[in-house]
Design a protein around this ligand. Structure first.
Ligand SMILES: Cc1cc2nc3c(=O)[nH]c(=O)nc-3n(C[C@H](O)[C@H](O)[C@H](O)COP(=O)(O)OP(=O)(O)OC[C@H]3O[C@@H](n4cnc5c(N)ncnc54)[C@H](O)[C@@H]3O)c2cc1C
Length: 321
C-alpha cells in the first residue's frame, strides 16, 4: 500500500497528549518503514508542533484561533481538504476520536476501523487489525479493506509510548485552516476536582477493585497502603458503590495516573480501567482468576484470594520496615 499515513496529535495546555506517543508507536507497527505525518491543530501550538517533531518526521501545523478547542465540526472539513484520498489516518480512541472518526471516514469514502489494539500486517489492501471483545476476554482478528484509505482509532494503552528523537520538520499550513466556522461552540474546560488526595501525582498506587467484595474489606487495603506509605486508588465499581470517592477512580471516566508502581487488587483489567494507567508502571496484579485479562499486561501476576493474601502481605511489609 502506498497510501500516506497521518496521525492526529491531541494536546492540552501546550503539551502533546500521551496518545500522540502511543500513536507514533502504533504507526510504526502498522506500516513498518513508512513515515507518518503528524497533524497538529490548535491556537498557539508551536510548542506542541515542536514536541510532535520529536516523534514524527513531518508535522503539519494548523494554527488558527478558531481551532483553540478540539472541535470535530471544524477539524473534519479541514482534514477532508488537506488529507489526500486513500490516506490512512490514526486517531486516539477517545471522545474526540469518537466525534471525529466515523463522519470523517464516511466523507472520505474510507474504512472506519475503531478501537484497535494491535496490527498483524498488511495483505494487499487488507489491513489486519486486532480488536478486543467481551471486556478483553476475546481477541478478534479483523481484515479491513483499506483500498480507499482508512480512519483507524487506537485504544489508549495498547501501544508502548514511542521514544522521542529530535529531527522532524514542522510545516506551517495555518493558511489552509483559515475561515473555518462551526455551529458548535466550546464554552470552557472545567477541571475535575482533585478530592482529598491527588492520585495523579502519586508514585505508588494501591488500587482496589470489585474483587475486594465488601466495603468493610477496604480496611485491609488501608492497612497495606499505610504500611507501604502508598496512596489508594480504585476501579469504577468501588466509586459506584460509594466505598471511595470519585477522585480515586482510575480510568477513562476517572483519572489518568502515571505511578512508578501500581498494585491492582481484585481488578479484572477492563480497557476503561487500563486506559487511565500511563507511563508503563511496574504493575503487580493480584486476582483469584488466573484468566483475568489484567494478567496479560501485568509485570508480576499473583493468583490469590485477596482476603487471605492482603493480611499476609501487610505483615511482611511491616516486618520489612
Ligand atoms: C463508558 C464507561 C466508562 C468506564 N470508565 C471506567 C473507569 O474510568 N475506570 C474503571 O475502572 N472502570 C470503568 N468502567 C467500567 C469497566 O468497564 C469495568 O466494569 C470495571 O473497570 C471493572 O472493575 P473491576 O475490575 O474492579 O471489577 P470486575 O471486572 O468485576 O473484576 C473484579 C475482579 O476481581 C477478581 N476477584 C473477585 N474476588 C476476588 C478475591 N476474593 N480475590 C482476588 N480477586 C478477586 C475477579 O476475578 C475479577 O477479575 C467504565 C465503563 C463504561 C461503560
Amino acid at each position: 500500500m502506498n497510501a500516506k499515513l497521518f496521525v492526529f496529535v491531541s494536546h492540552r495546555n501546550g503539551k502533546a497528549d500521551d496518545s500522540a506517543f502511543e500513536l507514533a508507536s502504533a504507526a510504526k507497527t502498522m506500516l513498518p518503514g513508512s513515515a507518518a505525518t503528524a497533524i497538529v491543530c490548535g491556537s498557539g501550538v508551536d510548542a506542541v508542533a515542536t514536541e510532535a517533531a520529536q516523534l514524527f518526521a513531518e508535522v503539519w501545523k494548523f494554527d488558527q484561533s478558531a481551532l483553540a478547542y478540539p472541535n470535530a465540526e471544524l477539524i473534519r472539513p479541514l482534514l477532508l481538504e488537506v488529507v489526500p484520498a486513500g490516506s490512512v489516518l490514526l486517531l486516539a480512541h477517545d471522545t474526540f476520536g469518537f466525534d471525529l472518526g466515523p463522519g470523517l471516514s464516511v466523507k472520505l469514502g474510507a474504512a472506519y476501523v475503531p478501537d484497535v489494539v494491535g496490527f498483524d500486517g498488511l495483505d494487499g489492501t487488507a489491513l489486519k487489525v486486532v480488536r478486543q471483545e467481551f471486556a478483553g476476554q476475546v481477541s478478534a482478528h479483523v481484515n479491513a479493506n483499506v483500498a480507499n484509505g482508512a480512519v483507524v482509532t487506537v485504544r489508549s494503552g495498547a501501544f508502548k509510548p514511542s521514544e522521542v528523537s529530535p529531527g522532524g520538520q514542522v510545516i506551517d499550513k495555518s493558511d489552509e485552516a483559515a475561515g473555518l466556522t462551526a455551529k458548535r461552540t466550546f464554552i470552557e474546560v472545567i477541571e475535575a476536582e482533585a478530592g482529598d488526595i491527588d492520585i495523579t501525582r502519586e508514585d505508588v498506587l494501591v488500587s482496589v477493585g470489585r474483587g475486594i467484595g465488601d466495603k468493610e474489606n477496604i480496611g485491609l487495603v488501608e492497612e497495606l497502603t499505610d504500611a507501604m506509605g502508598a496512596a489508594m486508588s480504585c476501579s469504577r465499581p468501588i466509586v459506584d458503590a460509594k466505598w471511595l470517592d470519585k477522585g480515586r477512580q482510575v480510568g477513562t471516566s476517572g483519572k489518568t495516573v502515571k505511578p512508578k508502581v501500581y498494585l491492582a487488587l481484585g481488578i479484572s483489567g477492563s480497557f476503561q480501567h487500563l486506559g487511565g494507567l500511563k507511563g508503563n508502571p511496574f504493575l503487580v496484579a493480584v486476582n483469584k482468576n488466573p484468566k483475568a485479562p489484567i494478567f496479560q499486561v501485568a509485570t508480576v501476576g499473583i493468583i490469590a484470594d485477596l482476603l487471605e493474601f492482603l493480611p499476609v502481605l501487610t505483615e511482611k511489609v511491616q516486618k520489612a520496615k
